[in-house]
Design a protein around this ligand. Sequence first.
Ligand SMILES: [Zn+2]
Length: 130
Amino acid sequence: MSATPLLSGQLLFELNTMTAMAKIYCRAHHQQEHKKTLCAECTELLQYAETRLDRCPYGQDKPTCNKCPVHCYKPHMKQKVKEIMIYSGPRMLIPHPIMSIKHLLAERKPAPGKPPEGVSNRHIRKQKLT
Ligand SMILES: [Zn+2]
């Protein structure tokens, strides 16, 4: 689904889930015709989300964003994601049943404590380069 080599595992799953939700939302709110691609605004939002996921201090053990004690999103970006989730969350079950269930299970994980050191995807990526 996503062409990014940056993320893997749970982080990539979250980005893919968010991409699927953004597509549903964008098609309903931002586009006149049913195009396959996202509008510029939604594309920018997903790029931003990818960067945040890459830098998430919890790395592969990250909680879902609404349980997370770290507020890493800029307020207006957070607001956009929230709107997308509220609209697309219930509409995901039919086109993406497995993704929806995995996401709902992840939502039930308890909120974590302070993040450990050096487990973000970005940190691990940088280590592999040196
Ligand atoms: Zn859009």
